[in-house]
Design a binder for this molecule. Sequence first.
Ligand code: UDX
Length: 518
Amino acid sequence: MSTSDSDEDAAASGTGLRPRLTVIGTGYLGATHAVCMAELGFEVLAVDVDHSKISRLSAGEIPFFEPDLADLLRANLATGRLRFTTSFEEIAEFGDVHFVCVGTPQRPDGYGADLSHLNAAIERLAPMLTRPCLVVGKSTVPAGTAAGIARALARLAPANHSAAATADAGADAETDADIVPDLAGVQLAWNPEFLREGFAVADTLHPDRLVFGVASPAAEGALRAAFAPVIAQGVPVIVTDYATAELVKTAANSFLATKISFINAMAEVCEAVDADVLTLAEALSHDVRIGGNFLRPGVGFGGGCLPKDIRAFQARADELGVGVALRFLREIDEINNRRRDRVVDLVSAALDGTLAHRRLLVLGAAFKPNSDDVRDSPALAVADLLARTGADVTVVDPVATPNARRALPGVTYSETVEDVAADADAVVLLTEWRQFAELDPARLGQLVRRKLVIDARHALDGDRWRQAGWVYLAPGRPTGVIPSPVPEQRPRFGLPAATGPDAAARDAEIEAPVGRRS
Ligand code: UDX
């Protein structure tokens, strides 16, 4: 194993010798990992089969939205520590530790994980590994996958069965001895990643824990060298076997999904008895055994991880004959999906049960704020459901519009609210972008046809919107009853909307009980 040119710096900073790192796959996970490891002082070479992605990254452009990442990318490209390539030969030659960060999406034909990108990456890389090195899986995989990959490396990597190749690496092995004393051949480790989109840089530079699934002390040593600057911060390191490391990730995401669906289930019950789920969540959060994180009710979880990970976990448990243990995850998924229908019901009820030809202004397309990711986005799913009823849907999102257009072409998009608010029958907030929370309800009220807002993420100040004459509805909040259909404003769009005490009196009438939901 070779050492990088920055060894002297590294030694001086007390972090020891530094392995050269490669990153395979430059999506959210891989691009962030490559940039952050270079930021931590390592020499990093990242590879992807997508030439256009590599061109953009090499030019200092991040192909997705992630706060702070572009600045770090450009800074580290400028140091020369970070480079990108499409050549697997180059990374095989360069790397001491190879991080595999390719996607493992849901299979199109079922709940299981699609491991084709992972298998392809290993099959391509392994035959080129002619000297001792560590391959580190970071992708989220079903338990048991790493053991299979270790077997594939043992079979395919020349360094594992060629005495000549190992001997050729002798010159490098001298310096390796300082980093990883006993790493012989090509070994595998599993190191799940817990970064959140929108906080990817901070989560990678300062993770709350590191999990190392290893099969030898030498592999652990190599991983410790690769994470030395992070470990030096005092970050806990859990060293375990492959299967436990794989399970930590799927168990963590399952627990988070369960917490969200739990509070959303409570929202359903709150709706039935006219209770307030926000107050309930707050009261629960003061119990330190429960805690307040991931207890925000709303339209449910989405994104590229939680939904597909809980499904893949169920599929794997079925294969392992322990499907019954994870049967509750099916319910977690169902509760989550019901939230989307509930928002549609709220909009419909407030518009006299008729959505066809209603003009609906949907705020948000991304699965959460500070992201342009629309994978399994609750916001887009609701926009789709609304459009399928025949409503005229316009979606506004500060950054996710290009991705949303591709994922859901059948609706209209805009990047600004004011441009498309004219004649709206309802405003439906589905992603809690700060920009939406800061909207001026009085100003917006002058543009829309009906002052009806459905705040599916509890992101708006309901009192402020009500004071500005809006009918404010939010799932799980004590609206008490199906609201009477919200009438069109008189006078119509173009003239100042009614505000003040008269408007408040009118809204009190609008919200008069007409019947409880069953
Ligand atoms: C998640 C995990 O948090 C992360 O550790 C893992 O590595 C990848 O999956 P991410 O998908 O980026 O990260 O988003 P996260 O912040 O976890 O939110 C997931 C979804 O849950 C979002 O749609 C979010 O809006 C929703 N959510 C989150 C809630 O509805 N309520 C909450 O209280 C928290």
